[in-house]
Design a protein around this ligand. Sequence first.
Ligand SMILES: Nc1ncnc2c1ncn2[C@@H]1O[C@H](COP(=O)(O)OS(=O)(=O)O)[C@@H](OP(=O)(O)O)[C@H]1O
Length: 612
Amino acid sequence: MARCGISLTCLSTVFLGMMLGFSILLIHSMLLTERQRLEILENEILDQQADWKAQWEQARVSAQAAQDSEATYLHNELERFEKEVESELGIAGGARPAALVQDAPAGPVVPAAPQLPALAEAPAPAFEQAPVAQAVPEAPQVSQGAAEVPEPLAPMVDDYAAAAAAAPAAPAFEAAAPAPAYEPAAPAAPVYEPAAPAFEAAPPAQEVPAYGVPPQDVNPGYGAAAPAAPAAPAVPGFGAAPAFGNVPAPQGALPYGAVLPAGAIGVGLDGQPIYQIPTFDPAPKTVDQIMVGLHERIKRRKTMPKTQHLPSFIIIGVKKCGTSALSRFLKIHPDLASAGETFFFANNFKDGLDYYKSKMPNTTDDVLSYEKTPNYYRLPVVPDRVRNFQSQVSKLSGVKKEIKMIYVTCDPVRRTLSDFLHSRTNDAGSEPSPGEFEAFIGERFSKMETEMAAIKAEQGDLWHDEVYKMYKERRDWFNYTDPISNLIVNGAYSVFYKRWLENFDQRQLLVVDGTEMISNPGGVVVQTQQFLNIERIIDEKNFIFDEERGYYCYTRTGDDTKYCIKGQQKSPSKTMSEDMRQRLFNFFEPFSQKLAGDLGREPFNWNWNPAL
Ligand SMILES: Nc1ncnc2c1ncn2[C@@H]1O[C@H](COP(=O)(O)OS(=O)(=O)O)[C@@H](OP(=O)(O)O)[C@H]1O
């Protein structure tokens, strides 16, 4: 028993010992397993971390690359913009200063500032080596002779309401009804209501608002509260006229000229949507604001397609009054693109809108195209054609469009001499001799003075109507075959203006004083931006006087590099006898006063005198 008892104790001790050992082994192995699991987990976390780090690194690299390419893009665009200004105007000597880009604030809109200074640091040989004053090749001018007698006019498919009521498939411009002769006007269908637009039967001038008080829907700027933009009318046939490559305007689009609230989509004159053309902002901008605006435009336009758009406005003259200077200054504005001189309404109207469009620059939809042709203003047929064009475009887009026109006038005495010198130099290739101008116009002008005196004596207050009748009937001073009377009456601006007013509302016409533009280009450009209802980007600060040229040149906000109109120089031969100056002044003065009266403005300060 005792052995057995010992043996039982032994056994149980051994058993307990074994159990303990087993438990220890089990716990150890469990701990090992747990440790391995933790190690695996730790490795996984480390791997994951490494992965994240790699991904983050990659994301950082691509973000940097994207930013770099954005910056490069902006850089290139800005450089292109600078080059455009340079090639348009030409830099006036001196080293190129640091570019404005240095002033661009870093911010959400502008890529990180360090990306951009390359523009400032890069040498710009093209800029510096640009020839200072190359002659600008003269645009072809329509001859002053019989060729200017207007051709038969295309039918006036001209009224918006009539057009809208027409069949949805609007007839293309070329497919219009047979053209009635311009005069006498034959009733043509469809006609401009209420009657065919014979020159003589043109509707009377509309009641016009005073100068400087433009109607709200065109120029709400200058602090005036912007009126609610009218909704686009529902027009039958809207979107059904695919001619000329127009796209239907998106729903809810606002008509051209309407004030666009932020984010709204408007419609350009050609029916293409316009994205947020900013309304005129009267406040001068700082360099930073301008740069941010420029960057915003570049970014927005990067993804927008470019096409040719029919013009939104036209500089219609006056020849030798500074039309080129104004056009070039406006071309600097980032929301405007110039087609140069097209002569479309004078010479190529029959070629149709497709042709006209083909002459326009390639732009995004938020840029307004324009052209200038200095003799439009005086050709009697042109206002009719522009009105016809306006109707065609309205019909195609389904929204009434209003084309705008800029009439650059100037001191008529100086203009007459400029015009003479221009054609004389072109014809003879040499400077005229002293007294040549007086000899050229002398006899014919004396006759005109006598005729003017007779008209005034006979007609009294109605003298202007009588002269206008001459113009309408294209006789005597306006027969378009006598270069001398042509040269002189080109300065009777009120006569031509009346014709434009018979076709358009006055708010569509801006009369700019080209003489004022010589001494105050900034003021005139601000006035023009307001009329066009575009952002005030160019103002008085952008002009700097150049003694050598005797004219102001453009300068970018924030630096003093001069970009001057190429070839522009003071003409030493711009002189005439005091007797002739006084006689011409007396002849033109009643017309100038009439124009100022029609505009409801102060008399023009036109008293050019070469002796002063
Ligand atoms: N910077 C500037 N500011 C204001 N005005 C200027 C400027 N530059 C030129 N001029 C004047 O413009 C005259 C030429 O006018 P146009 O450009 O209309 O001539 S054209 O019809 O296109 O040939 C030109 O006439 P001329 O000096 O006889 O050439 C000037 O009177």
